[in-house]
Design a protein around this ligand. Structure first.
Ligand SMILES: [Zn+2]
Length: 284
């Protein structure tokens, strides 16, 4: 389940607090003067606003055949599904009653929206994944004998049959990303090292959570293979950062001067990485 779907569950279904149809002597026959938008041609939606605890909150009414009033959050507003016999005044009363819950769900919706840089990873044909800062598409290509990368179409063609399990797809992608990381990072590290005249003794990939790179006193640089999801500017920044550690181990002023000398544009990658959320990266 994605974060968003969680907030889209209507609480009218199976909720004991949901309205039930009125008795024959109830308000059913009362005309609803505020909802002339319920048209017979199947466009029964109308945008409205309601004041909840001082906030002007948009809500969308959809008249349905259901027997109870259902509410959910979607597209930054409250979505109400209600039977035709429930007047607007009653719906607004329910919105007031549920205002605390609704405002909390709305706040969560906005927060999750901001953080949806990368949705939960799907391991299926046609799914997409961040590779070097841009999305690639996973393709199951049974006729291939080994994984192939189509740079022009940004397709990762996996030599797997159409019935491959999600685990098989995930493991194949994992192996490919790691091998790409190893080759590309080694090449880039060598180039930046030679260009800047900063030496290292050894390079390997790391898998540490929450640590993008490290450098030992004897110049062994480790780079987290997950950097492969990011653009070149981020990878270059982490490389420059670790190369600077061969000169200074702390993060003092002279350290950052060193980083700037190795990679004058390092701020760009640094700021992308600072804003990145590790929990939105695919898990393997
Ligand atoms: Zn550091």
């Amino acid at each position: 389940m994605t974060l968003l779907e969680q907030f889209l569950l209507p609480f009218g279904i199976g909720d004991s607090k949901a309205l039930s149809p009125p008795s024959p002597t109830g308000k059913a026959s009362k005309a609803d003067p505020k909802s002339p938008s319920v048209t017979p041609d199947g466009t029964p939606k109308k945008h409205r606003t309601v004041a909840l605890q001082g906030y002007s909150v948009p809500w969308l009414l959809k008249r349905t055949r259901r027997k109870t009033v259902g509410m959910s959050i979607g597209q930054g507003m409250i979505q109400v599904n209600a039977p035709r016999w429930v007047p607007i005044s009653d719906i607004e009363y329910i919105l007031q009653e549920k205002s605390k819950w609704l405002l909390a769900r709305l706040a969560e919706w906005h927060q999750s929206e901001q953080h949806r840089l990368l949705p939960e990873q799907q391991w299926i044909h046609g799914a997409s994944l961040q590779y070097l800062g841009k999305p690639l598409t996973l393709m199951l290509t049974p006729q291939l004998r080994q994984t192939q990368w189509d740079d022009f179409r940004r397709e990762l063609q996996l030599a797997l049959c159409a019935e491959a399990s999600m685990e098989q797809i995930r493991d194949t992608v994992h192996a490919w990303l790691q091998s790409q990381a190893k080759t590309l990072f080694a090449r880039r590290l060598k180039a930046i090292s030679e260009q800047s005249g900063r030496r290292y003794t050894k390079f390997s990939l790391s898998n540490a959570r929450g640590r993008w790179g490290s450098c030992t006193e004897d110049g062994h640089i480790r780079l987290n293979w997950r950097l492969i999801h990011f653009g070149q500017e981020v990878i270059d920044y982490v490389i420059a950062h670790e190369l600077a550690h061969t000169h200074t181990m702390d993060h003092g002023r002279s350290f950052w001067e060193e980083v700037a000398e190795i990679l004058p544009t390092f701020e760009e990658g640094k700021s992308v990485l600072r804003k990145a959320r590790l929990d939105t990266l695919p898990t393997f």
